[in-house]
Design a protein around this ligand. Structure first.
Ligand SMILES: Nc1nc2c(ncn2[C@@H]2O[C@H](COP(=O)(O)OP(=O)(O)O)[C@@H](O)[C@H]2O)c(=O)[nH]1
Ligand SMILES: [Mg+2]
Ligand SMILES: [Zn+2]
Length: 238
């Protein structure tokens, strides 16, 4: 039997690190039209996955809701970056996702209320993960999944993780950050200065030029710059 490669998906702020899952080879990031998701949190999840060499897949759940086209439009920068995006109505069928999970070691991540537990229950009928609807009926508060669970699935397994609203990346090296944006990679090494930080003020930046040309989505560049400044600030405190 092959021993799975060690991967650690985690988030971190200046104070603590929080392990989300170990030894996964696929991160499934769940979004939905309602409640609305943060594209920046999505980028942060993707950076954490990229930094560990973990594949990523984006799910837009609740495809039955009227706001679905707006939500899909907000995912376009990610699709253009090369990430697979699949739409799903977990209440009806999770088949489009299930077929991609065969023999994978996956983790479901995303903000609360996106439908992660609903998806797990549909994938693994015996899972009985608590969903928002059930917990409201029990009047037991907002935080419906309080710990991480692993379920065997299709020659692999899947982990349901608690919802996250913040996603610190203090563990990521500032100098490597740009390489974790796959659509930046063709342009890296083409900036005028070898130590280019790819922010808006650096002359001759190939990333900035690619954004101006429309080859890179401005929003992803904005995420990069926000995260980079954060990593720079973190370094002072660590
Ligand atoms: N309309 C719609 N609602 C859904 C769908 N999937 C999940 N939900 C609802 O979204 C809410 C949050 O779901 P839950 O699975 O607890 O989300 P989690 O916090 O990401 O685990 C619940 O009220 C679900 O019934 C879907 O496909 N369509
Ligand atoms: Mg949940
Ligand atoms: Zn640059």
């Amino acid at each position: 039997m092959l021993t799975p490669r060690t991967t650690l998906l985690y988030r971190a702020d200046t104070v603590r690190e929080k392990l989300i899952a170990a030894n996964v080879d696929l991160t499934v990031i769940v979004t939905a039209p309602q409640p609305s998701f943060s594209p920046e949190v999505l980028t942060r999840c993707l950076v954490a996955a990229e930094s560990q060499g973990i594949d990523a897949l984006i799910v837009l759940n609740k495809w039955d809701l009227p706001e679905r086209d707006d939500a899909l439009a907000r995912l376009m920068p990610f699709a253009r970056a090369g990430y697979p995006v699949i739409t799903l109505t977990a209440h009806e069928s999770v088949a489009p996702l299930a077929e991609r999970l065969t023999a994978r070691h996956s983790v479901l991540v995303g903000q609360s209320g996106m439908g992660k537990s609903t998806i797990v229950n549909a994938l693994v009928p015996e899972a009985q993960a608590r969903t928002g609807a059930i917990s409201r009926a029990l009047n037991s508060g907002r935080h419906t999944t309080t710990f991480t669970r692993l379920y065997p699935l299709r020659d692999g397994w899947i982990i349901d993780s608690p919802g996250l609203q913040r996603f610190g990346l203090a563990h990521v090296a500032e100098t490597a950050l740009a390489t974790y944006f796959p659509e930046f990679r063709p342009f890296l090494g083409q900036c005028r200065f070898r130590d280019c930080t790819h922010d808006e003020k650096t002359p001759g930046c190939a990333i900035a030029a690619a954004v101006a040309d429309g080859a890179i989505a401005a929003e992803r560049w904005q995420h990069y710059r926000t995260i980079r400044l954060e990593l720079r600030a973190v370094r002072k405190w660590r």
